[in-house]
Every structure is written in C-alpha cells, then in structure tokens.
Design a protein around this ligand. Structure first.
Ligand code: PEP
Ligand code: MN
Length: 337
C-alpha cells in the first residue's frame, strides 16, 4: 500500500500517520520528496487492505500496489533510491565504477590491481574470494584469505570492497570484511540466501540470472527488501541467448525498463555481458548512455596469468581509456563520473 500525503502535511501529522500504522503491527518506509511525502506500508496484503488508512488526517490517498513486486516498485517510493557503499553513493547524479579482478589470487595481485583501478578513477574495488565456477576442477577462490587480502587492499587504497557471497553459512564471515555483498547470477534465485542477505544491513548487489527475466530479477530483489534490507542494487550482466560469438548477450533493454519499474539503482557489468575484452569498453559506454547508475568492470595487470576470466579482463591502460570515454558519455547524458 502506498500513502500519498496532502500537500503541506505537517511533521506532527506524519508522526501521527506512522504511529497509527505501527499500532496496527505494520511497518513503514518514508520517502520525502520536494513537495510530498510517500509512505510505503509493509505487511500482509489482506491486513493492510482492511485498515481505514485513508481516514487518517493528512492522508490524500492510499493505493494498493497491484504489481507482483511491491517494495521494489518505483511507486513504493515515488523517487529514486540511493545506496551507499562505504562513502560512495550509487543512484544519484554521479556514476560510480566498481573495478578489480575476477578473483583475488594473491596479495601482490590484489594490491597491484587495487592501486591501478584507484588511479584510474574507480570508486569501489571488486574481487571474488568465493568463486562460482562452472567446473569443480577450476580455481574456486582463496576463501577467507581472499577476504583478508581485500581488506588489506581497502586499507591501502581507501576503496570500499564488493565481493560475492555464495552460501548462507559464509555470510557472517563475508559480512565482517565486505562493504557490499554480491549475489551472483547463479544464485539469483537462491531464496534462502536472498532472505539471509535481506536480514543483513550491508548493501547487496543482486546480479541477474543468466536465464532470468527482468521480472524474475525484481521478484528476487523483493525477497531481500521484504526482510528489511532496502540497500539493494540490481545488476544486468548479460543473459543466455542463441548467440555464440559472445559469452552472453548484454540486455541493455533492462536498464531503462528497470529504471521505470523500480526505485533501486541499476548497475551494468559489460565484462560478463560480452566476455570479450576488445568490446567491453564499447558496451560500457552504451550502458552509461542507457542510464546505468554504476558499472562493474574486471581489470587485471596480467590477464594471461589470471586464474579466472583472464580473456575478458581489461589491461590498466584499457581501463584508463574506458574511464576517459565513459566520463564524456556521462556528461553527454547529464551525469558525471
Ligand atoms: C563475477 O562477478 O565474477 C561473476 C561470477 O559474475 P556473475 O555472477 O555475473 O557470473
Ligand atoms: Mn568473473
């Protein structure tokens, strides 16, 4: 249910509305726009519907959200959400770039790459410590050691870190180190994991499953918000199609559609989206033009030695070039980077 307050509603009236709703055992999410306040009411639909919300002074309208996804729907807040990773706000006028290797491989590797992406202008360091690999015989990540090395890289560079959580049993440990949890494409519909990260207060970047529709992605995000965690970013990272020349098909349609459907910020990962390093920058620029709020890009100083995804990683100079060109595209669409 979405409550729109009357123009000129007073703080005392808002407090009264919230008090009344909380007395009914329902929760609220308040969004203050310039001229109005939107109050999202959270609770079982049948209970919410029978309450005389429209009769509370200061309420102009109380409308049920008819879509299957409620808390993630744009109208639930009536304004764009910003999610903070460390001190970096995502979803405002400034775009942010998350960059780093696919996997944390060694101390030297992650510290070197962290320095390179920081110098290039990245605001967040990425790196996997737990890797969801197609084959059980390939590198699975350094686990706890990888997390410790990421924390050391954060200490050196000041960049907040995003890293993947694959299993609920690791959440406490990963949350001790990460500034943002990444739920990977293969886990987009791991509902127990979604609920668990929903109970965490850390921001979560949810990547689109490789065969998931845009609605599936939104429904999965709804699981996280429904547990109380509204700090969610949605990430388009390419879907499986009949195309075989590229690793995936980056679905840039998802960017404007998601931004119309949801208040959550939208991230694009052109690296996994196309899987070919020569074309990552082109797709990154297209993502910025399409309205992405952030980019996630894999960078490696020695891709031929990488333990995962070396063929799609940008070299440092290529990353610098991406940043320079992305700044120009961002400016052309009224954003900054
Ligand atoms: C990754 O970011 O390295 C990764 C494994 O991504 P995805 O879940 O999108 O495949
Ligand atoms: Mn990767």
């Amino acid at each position: 249910m979405i409550i729109i307050t009357k123009p000129g509603v007073t703080d005392a009236q808002i407090d009264h509305i919230l008090e009344r709703i909380h007395e009914w055992g329902l929760k609220t999410e308040v969004s203050r726009g310039e001229s109005r306040v939107v109050i999202g009411v959270i609770g079982p639909e049948d209970v919410v519907r029978e309450k005389p919300i429209a009769a509370i002074p200061g309420v102009e309208s109380a409308t049920p959200v008819l879509k299957a996804y409620k808390l993630v729907a744009y109208e639930f807040r009536g304004m764009r959400s910003q999610v903070k990773i460390g001190d970096v706000a995502i979803g405002g006028p400034a775009l942010a770039v998350m960059a780093g290797p696919c996997s944390v491989e060694s101390r030297e590797q992650i510290l070197a790459i962290a320095g390179i992406v920081k110098k290039g202008g990245a605001k967040i360091l990425r790196g996997g410590a737990f890797k969801p690999r197609t084959s059980p015989y390939t590198f699975q990540g350094l686990g706890k050691l990888g997390l410790e090395l990421l924390a050391e890289a954060r200490q050196e560079t000041g960049l907040p870190i995003i890293t993947e959580i694959m299993d609920t049993k690791d959440l406490e440990m990963v949350a001790e180190y990460a500034d943002c949890l990444q739920v990977g494409a293969r886990n987009m519909q791991n509902f127990s994991l979604l609920k668990e990260v929903g109970r965490s207060r850390l921001p979560v970047m949810l990547k689109r499953g490789m065969s998931a529709t845009i609605k599936d992605l939104l429904m999965s995000a709804e699981y996280i918000l429904s547990e109380g965690n509204f700090n969610v970013l949605l990430c388009e990272r390419g879907i499986r199609t009949f195309e075989t020349l590229t690793r995936n098909t980056l679905d840039l349609n998802a960017v404007p559609v998601l931004k119309a459907e949801t208040h959550l910020p939208v991230v694009v990962d052109p690296t996994h989206g196309i899987g070919l390093k020569d074309h990552v920058t082109t797709m990154a620029l297209a993502a910025v033009a399409a309205g992405a709020d952030a980019l996630m890009v894999e960078v490696h100083h020695s891709p031929e030695m990488a333990k995962s995804d070396g063929e799609q990683a940008l070299l440092p100079a290529e990353f610098d070039d991406l940043m320079t060109r992305a700044r120009a595209v961002a400016a052309a669409v009224g954003r900054s980077l």
